[in-house]
Design a protein around this ligand. Structure first.
Ligand code: LLP
Length: 432
Protein backbone atom coordinates (compact mmCIF):
# COMPACT_ATOMS: atom_id res chain seq x y z
CA UNK A 1 0.00 0.00 0.00
CA UNK A 2 1.28 3.46 -0.73
CA UNK A 3 0.44 6.76 0.86
CA UNK A 4 -0.66 8.80 -2.14
CA UNK A 5 -4.38 9.46 -1.81
CA UNK A 6 -7.06 12.06 -2.42
CA UNK A 7 -8.23 14.09 0.54
CA UNK A 8 -11.26 15.96 -0.80
CA UNK A 9 -10.34 16.75 -4.37
CA UNK A 10 -6.63 17.14 -3.68
CA UNK A 11 -4.00 14.49 -4.26
CA UNK A 12 -1.82 14.13 -1.19
CA UNK A 13 1.44 12.47 -0.31
CA UNK A 14 0.91 11.41 3.31
CA UNK A 15 -0.31 14.56 5.11
CA UNK A 16 0.78 17.07 2.47
CA UNK A 17 -1.10 18.17 -0.66
CA UNK A 18 0.97 17.92 -3.81
CA UNK A 19 -0.38 21.32 -4.89
CA UNK A 20 1.25 22.93 -1.86
CA UNK A 21 4.57 21.35 -2.88
CA UNK A 22 4.21 22.63 -6.43
CA UNK A 23 3.61 26.15 -5.12
CA UNK A 24 6.79 26.03 -3.05
CA UNK A 25 9.13 24.05 -5.25
CA UNK A 26 7.85 24.25 -8.83
CA UNK A 27 7.75 21.46 -11.41
CA UNK A 28 8.76 18.95 -12.63
CA UNK A 29 9.05 17.54 -9.13
CA UNK A 30 9.74 14.09 -7.76
CA UNK A 31 7.97 13.46 -4.44
CA UNK A 32 8.65 10.46 -2.20
CA UNK A 33 6.69 9.12 0.77
CA UNK A 34 8.99 8.09 3.59
CA UNK A 35 6.37 5.98 5.34
CA UNK A 36 5.66 4.06 2.14
CA UNK A 37 9.36 3.28 1.77
CA UNK A 38 9.59 2.02 5.34
CA UNK A 39 6.32 0.11 5.06
CA UNK A 40 7.41 -1.75 1.93
CA UNK A 41 10.76 -2.66 3.46
CA UNK A 42 9.11 -3.87 6.67
CA UNK A 43 6.45 -5.91 4.86
CA UNK A 44 9.11 -7.89 3.04
CA UNK A 45 11.36 -8.14 6.08
CA UNK A 46 8.46 -9.44 8.19
CA UNK A 47 7.29 -11.94 5.57
CA UNK A 48 10.79 -13.46 5.44
CA UNK A 49 11.15 -13.62 9.22
CA UNK A 50 10.92 -17.44 9.44
CA UNK A 51 14.41 -17.65 7.88
CA UNK A 52 17.68 -15.93 8.69
CA UNK A 53 17.73 -13.25 5.98
CA UNK A 54 18.97 -9.86 4.86
CA UNK A 55 17.10 -7.47 2.58
CA UNK A 56 19.61 -5.58 0.43
CA UNK A 57 17.79 -2.72 -1.27
CA UNK A 58 18.89 -2.51 -4.93
CA UNK A 59 19.76 1.15 -4.83
CA UNK A 60 20.01 1.45 -8.59
CA UNK A 61 16.22 1.89 -8.35
CA UNK A 62 16.54 5.07 -6.27
CA UNK A 63 19.78 6.23 -4.74
CA UNK A 64 18.75 9.55 -3.23
CA UNK A 65 20.63 9.94 0.08
CA UNK A 66 17.40 10.35 2.04
CA UNK A 67 15.87 7.24 0.51
CA UNK A 68 19.03 5.29 1.36
CA UNK A 69 19.02 6.70 4.91
CA UNK A 70 15.34 5.88 5.41
CA UNK A 71 16.04 2.26 4.52
CA UNK A 72 19.32 2.12 6.47
CA UNK A 73 17.34 3.30 9.52
CA UNK A 74 14.99 0.34 8.95
CA UNK A 75 18.00 -2.00 9.04
CA UNK A 76 18.33 -2.54 5.30
CA UNK A 77 21.47 -3.66 3.53
CA UNK A 78 22.21 -2.53 -0.02
CA UNK A 79 22.78 -4.10 -3.40
CA UNK A 80 25.31 -1.81 -5.06
CA UNK A 81 26.64 -1.84 -8.61
CA UNK A 82 29.39 0.78 -8.48
CA UNK A 83 31.78 2.49 -6.14
CA UNK A 84 29.61 5.56 -6.54
CA UNK A 85 26.70 3.70 -4.98
CA UNK A 86 28.92 2.45 -2.16
CA UNK A 87 30.04 6.03 -1.49
CA UNK A 88 26.40 7.07 -1.39
CA UNK A 89 25.67 4.39 1.23
CA UNK A 90 28.54 5.67 3.35
CA UNK A 91 27.50 9.31 2.87
CA UNK A 92 23.92 8.46 3.86
CA UNK A 93 25.05 6.68 7.03
CA UNK A 94 24.42 3.13 5.81
CA UNK A 95 26.68 0.19 6.64
CA UNK A 96 29.17 -0.97 3.97
CA UNK A 97 29.32 -4.32 5.77
CA UNK A 98 25.72 -4.90 4.69
CA UNK A 99 26.48 -4.20 1.01
CA UNK A 100 26.63 -6.77 -1.75
CA UNK A 101 28.60 -5.55 -4.73
CA UNK A 102 27.07 -6.69 -8.04
CA UNK A 103 27.76 -5.70 -11.64
CA UNK A 104 29.61 -7.34 -14.51
CA UNK A 105 32.38 -4.80 -15.04
CA UNK A 106 34.02 -4.10 -11.67
CA UNK A 107 37.32 -2.31 -12.11
CA UNK A 108 40.41 -2.98 -9.96
CA UNK A 109 39.97 0.39 -8.29
CA UNK A 110 36.37 -0.42 -7.44
CA UNK A 111 37.30 -3.82 -6.01
CA UNK A 112 40.06 -2.24 -3.92
CA UNK A 113 37.79 0.44 -2.47
CA UNK A 114 35.02 -2.06 -1.69
CA UNK A 115 37.47 -4.47 -0.06
CA UNK A 116 38.84 -1.71 2.15
CA UNK A 117 35.29 -0.82 3.17
CA UNK A 118 34.65 -4.43 4.15
CA UNK A 119 31.60 -5.13 1.95
CA UNK A 120 29.57 -8.22 2.82
CA UNK A 121 30.23 -9.90 -0.51
CA UNK A 122 31.20 -9.45 -4.14
CA UNK A 123 28.69 -11.01 -6.53
CA UNK A 124 30.94 -12.08 -9.37
CA UNK A 125 29.63 -12.53 -12.89
CA UNK A 126 32.59 -14.24 -14.59
CA UNK A 127 35.73 -16.26 -13.89
CA UNK A 128 38.10 -13.47 -14.98
CA UNK A 129 36.36 -11.30 -12.39
CA UNK A 130 37.04 -13.90 -9.66
CA UNK A 131 40.69 -13.95 -10.70
CA UNK A 132 40.82 -10.15 -10.55
CA UNK A 133 39.18 -9.99 -7.12
CA UNK A 134 41.67 -12.59 -5.85
CA UNK A 135 44.59 -10.60 -7.25
CA UNK A 136 43.49 -7.32 -5.66
CA UNK A 137 42.79 -9.06 -2.35
CA UNK A 138 46.25 -10.67 -2.39
CA UNK A 139 47.88 -7.30 -3.01
CA UNK A 140 45.99 -5.84 -0.04
CA UNK A 141 46.65 -8.96 2.07
CA UNK A 142 42.93 -9.49 2.50
CA UNK A 143 40.46 -12.31 1.98
CA UNK A 144 37.61 -11.27 -0.32
CA UNK A 145 34.14 -12.72 0.31
CA UNK A 146 32.59 -13.76 -3.00
CA UNK A 147 29.45 -15.29 -4.45
CA UNK A 148 28.96 -16.28 -8.05
CA UNK A 149 25.91 -15.11 -9.95
CA UNK A 150 24.25 -18.13 -11.47
CA UNK A 151 22.20 -17.77 -14.61
CA UNK A 152 19.48 -20.37 -14.01
CA UNK A 153 18.14 -20.09 -17.56
CA UNK A 154 14.55 -19.49 -16.44
CA UNK A 155 12.36 -17.09 -18.40
CA UNK A 156 10.89 -14.42 -16.16
CA UNK A 157 8.00 -13.45 -18.43
CA UNK A 158 8.75 -9.76 -18.31
CA UNK A 159 9.85 -7.04 -20.74
CA UNK A 160 12.79 -8.18 -22.90
CA UNK A 161 14.94 -5.26 -21.72
CA UNK A 162 14.63 -6.31 -18.08
CA UNK A 163 14.80 -10.10 -18.22
CA UNK A 164 18.18 -11.34 -17.06
CA UNK A 165 17.97 -15.03 -16.22
CA UNK A 166 18.18 -16.77 -19.60
CA UNK A 167 21.15 -17.69 -21.77
CA UNK A 168 20.17 -14.93 -24.17
CA UNK A 169 21.25 -12.45 -21.49
CA UNK A 170 24.74 -11.29 -20.60
CA UNK A 171 24.33 -11.91 -16.88
CA UNK A 172 25.96 -14.44 -14.59
CA UNK A 173 27.54 -17.80 -15.35
CA UNK A 174 25.61 -20.69 -16.92
CA UNK A 175 23.99 -23.07 -14.45
CA UNK A 176 25.82 -26.10 -15.83
CA UNK A 177 29.28 -24.54 -15.32
CA UNK A 178 28.85 -23.45 -11.71
CA UNK A 179 30.25 -26.48 -9.89
CA UNK A 180 33.46 -26.27 -11.90
CA UNK A 181 33.73 -22.53 -11.30
CA UNK A 182 33.43 -23.00 -7.52
CA UNK A 183 35.97 -25.83 -7.59
CA UNK A 184 38.49 -23.61 -9.42
CA UNK A 185 37.67 -20.55 -7.29
CA UNK A 186 38.23 -22.57 -4.10
CA UNK A 187 41.89 -22.81 -5.14
CA UNK A 188 42.29 -19.05 -5.24
CA UNK A 189 43.87 -18.30 -1.87
CA UNK A 190 42.52 -14.83 -1.26
CA UNK A 191 38.87 -15.67 -1.90
CA UNK A 192 36.32 -16.93 0.57
CA UNK A 193 33.33 -18.56 -1.13
CA UNK A 194 30.64 -17.00 0.97
CA UNK A 195 27.46 -17.54 -1.03
CA UNK A 196 25.68 -18.03 -4.30
CA UNK A 197 23.42 -15.59 -6.11
CA UNK A 198 20.77 -15.46 -8.82
CA UNK A 199 18.48 -12.80 -10.30
CA UNK A 200 16.08 -13.65 -13.08
CA UNK A 201 14.68 -10.28 -14.08
CA UNK A 202 12.63 -7.32 -13.01
CA UNK A 203 8.92 -6.43 -12.72
CA UNK A 204 7.90 -10.07 -12.27
CA UNK A 205 4.28 -10.13 -11.18
CA UNK A 206 3.79 -13.86 -10.58
CA UNK A 207 5.45 -16.18 -8.09
CA UNK A 208 5.93 -19.05 -10.55
CA UNK A 209 9.16 -17.87 -12.23
CA UNK A 210 10.74 -17.31 -8.79
CA UNK A 211 9.63 -20.75 -7.64
CA UNK A 212 10.92 -22.40 -10.79
CA UNK A 213 14.30 -20.73 -10.48
CA UNK A 214 14.65 -21.53 -6.78
CA UNK A 215 13.61 -25.13 -7.37
CA UNK A 216 16.17 -25.48 -10.11
CA UNK A 217 18.87 -23.98 -7.90
CA UNK A 218 18.18 -26.04 -4.75
CA UNK A 219 20.29 -29.14 -5.46
CA UNK A 220 23.17 -26.99 -6.69
CA UNK A 221 23.00 -24.72 -3.63
CA UNK A 222 22.94 -27.74 -1.30
CA UNK A 223 26.03 -29.15 -3.04
CA UNK A 224 27.88 -25.83 -2.77
CA UNK A 225 27.03 -25.71 0.93
CA UNK A 226 28.36 -29.21 1.51
CA UNK A 227 31.52 -28.73 -0.58
CA UNK A 228 32.43 -25.12 0.02
CA UNK A 229 30.59 -24.21 3.21
CA UNK A 230 28.77 -21.27 1.69
CA UNK A 231 26.67 -19.24 4.12
CA UNK A 232 24.04 -17.58 1.96
CA UNK A 233 21.80 -17.92 -1.06
CA UNK A 234 20.73 -14.66 -2.66
CA UNK A 235 17.49 -14.98 -4.59
CA UNK A 236 17.90 -11.56 -6.21
CA UNK A 237 15.23 -8.93 -6.70
CA UNK A 238 12.56 -8.55 -9.33
CA UNK A 239 9.33 -8.41 -7.35
CA UNK A 240 6.86 -6.57 -9.55
CA UNK A 241 4.46 -3.82 -8.54
CA UNK A 242 1.07 -2.62 -9.76
CA UNK A 243 1.41 0.20 -12.26
CA UNK A 244 -2.13 0.16 -13.61
CA UNK A 245 -4.61 1.49 -11.14
CA UNK A 246 -2.08 1.86 -8.38
CA UNK A 247 -4.48 4.11 -6.50
CA UNK A 248 -7.16 2.50 -4.35
CA UNK A 249 -10.59 1.81 -5.84
CA UNK A 250 -13.72 3.74 -4.95
CA UNK A 251 -12.60 6.58 -7.19
CA UNK A 252 -14.07 7.62 -10.55
CA UNK A 253 -13.43 5.21 -13.39
CA UNK A 254 -10.24 6.74 -14.68
CA UNK A 255 -8.22 5.78 -11.66
CA UNK A 256 -9.94 2.56 -10.73
CA UNK A 257 -7.87 -0.58 -11.13
CA UNK A 258 -8.10 -1.53 -14.76
CA UNK A 259 -5.45 -4.22 -14.85
CA UNK A 260 -7.39 -6.97 -13.14
CA UNK A 261 -3.98 -8.21 -11.97
CA UNK A 262 -3.45 -9.37 -8.43
CA UNK A 263 -0.60 -7.77 -6.58
CA UNK A 264 2.37 -9.99 -5.87
CA UNK A 265 2.45 -9.40 -2.14
CA UNK A 266 5.51 -10.13 0.02
CA UNK A 267 3.38 -12.62 1.90
CA UNK A 268 2.50 -14.57 -1.26
CA UNK A 269 6.13 -14.51 -2.31
CA UNK A 270 7.29 -15.73 1.10
CA UNK A 271 4.54 -18.36 1.40
CA UNK A 272 5.64 -19.98 -1.84
CA UNK A 273 9.41 -19.65 -1.44
CA UNK A 274 10.03 -20.23 2.26
CA UNK A 275 9.08 -23.93 2.24
CA UNK A 276 11.69 -24.41 -0.49
CA UNK A 277 14.35 -22.26 1.13
CA UNK A 278 14.05 -23.18 4.79
CA UNK A 279 15.47 -26.73 4.55
CA UNK A 280 18.71 -25.33 3.07
CA UNK A 281 19.68 -23.89 6.45
CA UNK A 282 21.36 -20.92 4.75
CA UNK A 283 20.99 -17.18 5.17
CA UNK A 284 18.69 -15.85 2.44
CA UNK A 285 19.50 -12.54 0.77
CA UNK A 286 17.07 -10.51 -1.36
CA UNK A 287 17.77 -7.55 -3.62
CA UNK A 288 14.46 -5.77 -4.19
CA UNK A 289 14.55 -2.34 -5.80
CA UNK A 290 11.26 -1.52 -7.51
CA UNK A 291 9.13 -3.23 -4.86
CA UNK A 292 10.41 -0.86 -2.18
CA UNK A 293 10.50 2.47 -3.99
CA UNK A 294 8.31 2.14 -7.11
CA UNK A 295 4.99 3.10 -5.60
CA UNK A 296 6.63 5.35 -3.02
CA UNK A 297 7.25 8.16 -5.50
CA UNK A 298 5.51 10.28 -8.12
CA UNK A 299 6.63 12.82 -10.69
CA UNK A 300 4.50 15.96 -10.67
CA UNK A 301 4.27 18.00 -13.85
CA UNK A 302 2.59 21.17 -15.13
CA UNK A 303 0.36 21.24 -18.20
CA UNK A 304 1.86 23.86 -20.51
CA UNK A 305 -0.46 23.53 -23.51
CA UNK A 306 -3.34 21.47 -24.78
CA UNK A 307 -3.19 21.00 -28.52
CA UNK A 308 -5.86 19.39 -30.64
CA UNK A 309 -4.83 18.15 -34.05
CA UNK A 310 -7.18 16.46 -36.54
CA UNK A 311 -7.05 13.11 -34.76
CA UNK A 312 -5.42 13.66 -31.43
CA UNK A 313 -5.58 15.56 -28.19
CA UNK A 314 -2.07 16.34 -26.97
CA UNK A 315 -1.51 17.36 -23.36
CA UNK A 316 1.94 18.94 -23.40
CA UNK A 317 3.64 18.96 -20.01
CA UNK A 318 6.86 20.35 -18.54
CA UNK A 319 8.27 16.92 -17.65
CA UNK A 320 9.74 14.87 -20.46
CA UNK A 321 11.54 11.66 -21.33
CA UNK A 322 14.75 13.02 -19.83
CA UNK A 323 13.01 13.16 -16.42
CA UNK A 324 11.23 9.78 -16.65
CA UNK A 325 12.40 7.60 -19.49
CA UNK A 326 10.42 4.42 -18.74
CA UNK A 327 7.51 5.01 -21.17
CA UNK A 328 9.90 5.93 -24.01
CA UNK A 329 12.35 3.13 -23.27
CA UNK A 330 10.11 0.23 -22.25
CA UNK A 331 6.68 1.40 -23.36
CA UNK A 332 6.01 1.36 -19.64
CA UNK A 333 2.63 2.35 -18.23
CA UNK A 334 2.45 5.04 -15.55
CA UNK A 335 -0.95 6.01 -14.22
CA UNK A 336 -1.64 9.73 -14.69
CA UNK A 337 -3.75 11.58 -12.13
CA UNK A 338 -4.73 15.23 -11.77
CA UNK A 339 -3.66 16.93 -8.55
CA UNK A 340 -7.22 18.29 -8.39
CA UNK A 341 -9.80 15.65 -9.30
CA UNK A 342 -12.74 18.02 -9.90
CA UNK A 343 -15.51 16.43 -12.01
CA UNK A 344 -15.02 16.73 -15.76
CA UNK A 345 -15.51 14.72 -18.94
CA UNK A 346 -13.12 12.02 -20.10
CA UNK A 347 -11.08 12.48 -23.24
CA UNK A 348 -8.68 10.26 -25.13
CA UNK A 349 -5.29 11.99 -24.81
CA UNK A 350 -1.56 11.72 -25.43
CA UNK A 351 0.45 13.20 -22.58
CA UNK A 352 3.79 14.30 -24.04
CA UNK A 353 6.92 16.23 -23.09
CA UNK A 354 8.77 18.94 -24.91
CA UNK A 355 11.81 16.98 -26.08
CA UNK A 356 12.33 16.82 -29.82
CA UNK A 357 11.68 13.10 -30.24
CA UNK A 358 8.48 11.31 -31.12
CA UNK A 359 9.33 8.79 -28.37
CA UNK A 360 8.89 11.54 -25.81
CA UNK A 361 5.49 10.59 -24.45
CA UNK A 362 4.01 9.41 -21.16
CA UNK A 363 0.89 7.83 -22.66
CA UNK A 364 -0.88 7.51 -25.99
CA UNK A 365 -4.62 7.55 -26.69
CA UNK A 366 -5.47 7.02 -23.06
CA UNK A 367 -8.91 7.92 -21.69
CA UNK A 368 -8.07 10.65 -19.19
CA UNK A 369 -9.95 13.47 -17.53
CA UNK A 370 -10.03 16.48 -19.82
CA UNK A 371 -6.98 18.42 -18.73
CA UNK A 372 -6.49 22.17 -19.16
CA UNK A 373 -3.35 24.26 -19.52
CA UNK A 374 -2.13 25.48 -16.14
CA UNK A 375 -3.11 22.45 -14.10
CA UNK A 376 -0.87 19.78 -12.61
CA UNK A 377 -0.68 16.04 -13.07
CA UNK A 378 1.08 13.25 -11.22
CA UNK A 379 2.83 10.42 -13.01
CA UNK A 380 2.35 7.65 -10.49
CA UNK A 381 4.71 4.82 -9.51
CA UNK A 382 7.78 6.86 -10.48
CA UNK A 383 9.84 6.12 -7.37
CA UNK A 384 11.90 3.35 -9.00
CA UNK A 385 14.06 3.87 -12.09
CA UNK A 386 12.70 7.42 -12.32
CA UNK A 387 15.09 10.14 -11.21
CA UNK A 388 18.08 7.77 -11.31
CA UNK A 389 17.65 7.35 -15.06
CA UNK A 390 17.17 11.06 -15.71
CA UNK A 391 19.49 13.03 -17.94
CA UNK A 392 19.96 16.60 -19.02
CA UNK A 393 19.13 15.83 -22.66
CA UNK A 394 18.04 19.02 -24.47
CA UNK A 395 19.88 20.93 -21.68
CA UNK A 396 16.99 20.39 -19.34
CA UNK A 397 18.20 20.65 -15.73
CA UNK A 398 17.61 17.71 -13.38
CA UNK A 399 14.44 18.04 -11.31
CA UNK A 400 14.23 18.59 -7.57
CA UNK A 401 13.33 15.73 -5.22
CA UNK A 402 11.17 16.04 -2.11
CA UNK A 403 10.76 13.68 0.84
CA UNK A 404 7.51 13.76 2.82
CA UNK A 405 7.11 12.27 6.29
CA UNK A 406 3.60 12.87 7.64
CA UNK A 407 3.33 16.63 7.44
CA UNK A 408 7.08 17.18 7.27
CA UNK A 409 8.65 18.17 3.97
CA UNK A 410 12.32 18.29 2.96
CA UNK A 411 14.03 19.17 -0.30
CA UNK A 412 16.31 16.14 -0.61
CA UNK A 413 17.77 17.28 -3.89
CA UNK A 414 17.78 20.85 -5.10
CA UNK A 415 16.61 21.62 -8.59
CA UNK A 416 19.69 21.80 -10.82
CA UNK A 417 20.49 25.26 -12.13
CA UNK A 418 20.72 25.47 -15.89
CA UNK A 419 24.34 26.69 -15.65
CA UNK A 420 25.18 23.52 -13.72
CA UNK A 421 24.27 21.43 -16.76
CA UNK A 422 27.48 22.64 -18.42
CA UNK A 423 29.65 22.68 -15.29
CA UNK A 424 33.03 21.15 -16.11
CA UNK A 425 32.75 21.94 -19.80
CA UNK A 426 35.04 24.44 -21.48
CA UNK A 427 35.54 26.00 -24.87
CA UNK A 428 38.86 24.62 -26.17
CA UNK A 429 41.53 27.35 -26.01
CA UNK A 430 42.18 27.34 -29.75
CA UNK A 431 38.55 28.17 -30.41
CA UNK A 432 38.71 31.42 -28.48
N1 LLP B 1 19.56 -7.50 -8.46
C1 LLP B 1 20.14 -7.45 -9.68
C2 LLP B 1 21.31 -8.26 -9.95
C3 LLP B 1 19.59 -6.61 -10.68
O1 LLP B 1 20.15 -6.57 -11.88
C4 LLP B 1 18.45 -5.83 -10.39
C5 LLP B 1 17.85 -4.93 -11.39
C6 LLP B 1 17.90 -5.91 -9.10
C7 LLP B 1 18.47 -6.76 -8.17
C8 LLP B 1 16.69 -5.12 -8.69
O2 LLP B 1 15.57 -5.46 -9.45
P1 LLP B 1 14.11 -4.96 -9.03
O3 LLP B 1 13.82 -5.56 -7.68
O4 LLP B 1 14.14 -3.48 -8.96
O5 LLP B 1 13.24 -5.47 -10.08
N2 LLP B 1 15.30 0.23 -15.45
C9 LLP B 1 14.38 -0.89 -15.54
C10 LLP B 1 14.70 -1.96 -14.53
C11 LLP B 1 16.12 -2.48 -14.61
C12 LLP B 1 16.44 -3.51 -13.58
C13 LLP B 1 17.90 -3.82 -13.56
N3 LLP B 1 18.30 -4.77 -12.57
C14 LLP B 1 12.95 -0.36 -15.38
O6 LLP B 1 12.76 0.84 -15.28
O7 LLP B 1 12.00 -1.14 -15.43
Amino acid sequence: MHQFHYAGNKLHCEGVSLESLVKKFGTPLYVYSQNTLADHYQKLDRAMKPVDHMVCFAMKANSNLSVVRTLANCGSGFDIVSVGELMRVIKAGGDPKKCVFAGAAKTEAEIEFALKQGVYCFNAESEPELVRINKVAARLKKIAPVAVRVNPNVAAKTHSKITTGTYEDKFGIAFESIEGVYARASKLKNLRLRGVQMHIGSQITETTPFEKAVQKMLPLVAKLKARHHIEFFSIGGGLGIVYKGALESGSPSWWKTTAGKTILTPQKYADRLLPLLKPLGLKILMEPGRFITGNAGVLVTHVEYVKRTGRKNFVIVDAAMNDLIRPAFYEAYHQILPLNKKVRPTMSSDVVGGVCESGDYFCKDRPLPKFAAGEHLALMSAGAYGFVMASTYNTRPLTAEILVNGKQVAVVRERQKVQETWAGETVAPWLK
